[in-house]
Design a protein around this ligand. Sequence first.
Ligand SMILES: [Zn+2]
Length: 282
Amino acid sequence: MQLHVPTAGLYVPDGSPMPDALARTTHLCIAAHQDDIEIMAYHGVLACFGLPDAWFTGVVVTNGSGSPRDDVYANYTDEQMMAVRRVEQQKAAMVGEYSAQAFLDYTSSDVKNPGNPDVADDLYQILMATRPRVVYTHNPADKHDTHVSVTLRTLAALRRMPAEARPEQVLGCEVWRGLDWMQDEEKVALDVSAHESLAEALLGVFDSQICGGKRYDLATIGRRRANATYFASHTTDVFTQMNFAMDLTPLVRDASLDIATYTQEFITRFANDVNARLRKLA
Ligand SMILES: [Zn+2]
């Protein structure tokens, strides 16, 4: 595998040969930044944790150079910050027993440039080497440009795969915007109740992002708890923690579907629901 950025790399926590670590992957997460995987795709980590025949692999697309920094990191250069964030992601891969962790090492502007084919090309190579059953990425209604760009590059790479090699399920997940607004019957509800201490450990290793006052660890667990409690179709809290996802599988099965239109239709159904209730009750 020849990734485009010279500083790109792959890390295998258990030391298995790289081709084997990729080939055994069943669940793959493609995320913009270090810590996004642990925030949005804990479901995939759990689906593989401690099992001999299920393996989770993470892909982080950007290099972390523009990361905010505070506390002991306040005077770090961009290069030092990139190194810190890569080590933090490696810690998470170790704690979560990932099969492999890829670092594509792009700048955010590279990812956001629709004319740059390299990101989708790297993702295509990783997808073909892993052939996962399930792919997690950002949801297309996220409010962070880099996240949405990663979703678009991921979908482009998935659409390049031969039909028989494509994953069974592709999910758009929650980071910079939850998906509670979606109609309950359209939500892909992911039970992430298990191993809460593991979930906390995975979020907690990203100290460089938390120590400036942004408690992503508490906020992420809080969102999962709120999702579980306010998910209407469960009268009691069967699940104590839940992530929601938007099903992106149709966009991969049918490459002619327009991604913006597909996303807009979820929003339209939400708008129609709000409007219909108000009109009914007024
Ligand atoms: Zn992010």
